[in-house]
Design a protein. Sequence first.
Lengths: 784, 141
Amino acid sequence: MAVIIFLPFLAAAFTFLVYPFLKEKTAHFAALVALLCSILILNLIGTTGSISIPLVSSLDIHLRFYVDGLSILVGLLASGMGILTFIYSFGYMQTKAQSPTYYASLLVFMGSMLGIVFSADLIILFVFWELTSLSSYLLIGYFNDEPSSRSAAKKALVITSIGGFFMLLGFLLIHSITGSFDLTFLLSQPESIQSLLRTHGVFLPILFAIIIAGASKSAQIPFHTWLPSAMVAPTPVSAFLHSAAMVKAGVYIIGRFHPILAGDEWSLILITIGIATMTITAFFAVISTTIKELLAYSTASHIGLILIGFGIPITLSGVPSSLSFVSGSFHLLNHALFKAALFFIAGIVTCQVGVNAISEVKGLWKKLPLTAGFAIFASLCMAGIPLTSGFYSKELLFQGVYAVANNYGGIWWLLPILTILASAFAVVYSLRFIMIFLGTPFPHQQDISPPPLSMILPTFVLILFSLLTIIYPSLVIDLISQSESLYFQRSSILHIEFPRHVSPPLLMSLSSILLGIILFSKIEQILKSISSILSFKHFNIDSIYSSTLSALETWSSILTSKTERILMRTHIIWLLWTLGTLALASFLYSRPAFLMIYDPLLRFDFLVVLLIISIGAMAVVRANSHIMGVLFLSLLGFMIAVFYLLSNAPDVALTQLVVETIILVVFLVIIGKLPAYYGETSPSRVIRDVFLSLFIGITIFFTVITATASSASKDIATFFIDKASYPPISAENIIVDYGGGTNIVNVILVDFRALDTLGEISVVALAALSILTILSSRKPGDSS
Amino acid sequence: MTTLITRTVARIVAPLIFVTAAVLFIQGHNSIGGGFISAVLIVSAIALLYIAYGTSDLTRLLNISPSNFNRKILVSGLLLILFTGTIPILFNMPFLTQAFLILPPLPFIGVLKISGTIFFDLGVLFTVTGSLLSILSGVSR
């Protein structure tokens, strides 16, 4: 189980090793990894359950994994689309700048996607969630020579991180009330968890947080703006991230929390967001100018439809309805299949024809007959024409929407009307997509070579799967219902078949198709009139985003110039005063026990060391050059090492000795670049410094005596002494419980407290990197 | 700074420090030593060589770009810990669980044990060496 998630990450690390040998064939290596993951997931079909591996037991963070129908569905989607994307990349990247980073980030993305889908611990889920944001940042900005790529990558990162922040907030709220990060536990009794959250008054905040997280990842209004910008990414990335995986992570998280959070507020918010996004972005898709922009907006629109599906109340007029979960999940799969195929086709068109704009290309069917066939089929699915996969899932959603309107009445009738409108728009943009393949070709587009097999094959496989869901829709439905019935403890198998009698949903489908065709016949006039009267592309979320960002940049630079234009020593003085005051205030507040050891038999050698230290300290103050000061300072350090040695701590003494040496070297190197003598010091500055040092001395004194007073319990010491070394008797050769070392301190460092040590050396590494950054950002001659 | 005496001393002392660092690293589990201290020792030896021979000479001699190389050492140390720490998870044990293996008695050497912590300590060594070397070469530039 854990293997499935770690495999892509391990493979990502190996990418850099195999790339020099495989070159562009690295795509095949990555595809193989994805295939392995898919096989492992296929193995899980029909199983539900969870496993748990403690990670940081003291913080209740476990590596918990959870398997059910929804996670298998999205997991298969991610890994299966991964295979196809890597195969497609082989063909697509032939003409582009190659780098192992591309394959590595795609693999990391796939791994984190599987991590989101299968993890049952909220903290682990959050970590993987952020990992998808980071890897998609690398992938969107892959062509990092172009400013548009960089700004699009930044936009996606900023917007999805806002969502991630809200998600963490929601998770922490959940934990503060229920005391658990365990999704398995939360999902085992959704109703009681919901009522618990409601009684504590945190239900609505959590609801908002989770929905904002999902909406930002899924590019829903008002967060939709990153998706069209992200189209600067390589097309396989768009197909993978922006149709099948990344945007579906948002939908997944909403589907995952559906059982816990579903209610009136849930339905209201989701349906509002969904309907707004679906209608508005569908309209944007109709008027968009490039092929990928059309696909991006239509993706946002379809996900809006899926969210409406998840928002349909689970009980309508007292009758439980399983429409909500199943229709949403079913459309999720169908959409991924046809939209990824369309992205692949768009990639073929841009690669083989070399144009992006919709108006500059038509009549490709003669040169690319196979691609044209696939494109027409996939577009018909997107439009929801009867007998295609899109039709079935839309039919379910129409049914749900109609039921909602019928149940609540009044303003809710807007819902089916807007759905019909958005579906009509879907028909229009699908027809626009088809039109680039039909008609007579432009005369200058004659020399078009057929796409390589590696690009046409993945498209074919997607079309094949779409056909499969048309012929056996129940296959998918069963898989989803398996998880759904688990939550609601009732068997609800929906049957999908072609409608044989006239029903409201069928009428909705037909009327939307009819309206779409009528609109399409007038498309030229519509586009012309829109472009003449509306320049509203300037007034949209995009401009709000960019103006907010630039305002933040301006403010922070103003703030920095106000606060940072002072000397380094002023910074340090304020830092030390604050630190000391806070420490002493905390001692005053908590009044801890002090421990003053008065030993009448103070050892003579200690006294000698103390004397040398005092003399050295005074010499540091009196030193009249940097070199003398530093040398006396290191005398102090070496004396402290002697003190450690005398107190039977040779380990610490040795460390202190060597570290002191290194510090001395670094100091001497820096001093070489400074003026040789101190300037004149004013009396006021001397007084200020004396008071500060006295204050810090007092703080340290109290800190030491309180720290020595609070000794840890004896149990820990005996535990370490017992366990650090060898077990008394052991039959086994491999021993896990014991440390196997006689240097207890070191065994604690590398074994019992290894996580702390990892944290410490990470801090060391970060400090080194920040010092490097500061040093390299200094301009020559900069004195501060 | 680079007199003949300094160079000669450095040439003799630096290898001795390297050997000492290796000994301290290996014996770290049972007596004085460990990854951190041998890292600092290694850095001090390299600092000695820098002082004696100058950074540019040493760079030409070893044919490496120091800042890049140092950062690679740093990152590889952290990655080593992450990867070896993940292995126990595959056996359903917590992240960073350590184990040791007692080998059957060997002729002339006797009973040996190998502890998994050696990888962790090696990671510490790499990270600390890389960090300190980066700082050193950063400030001396």
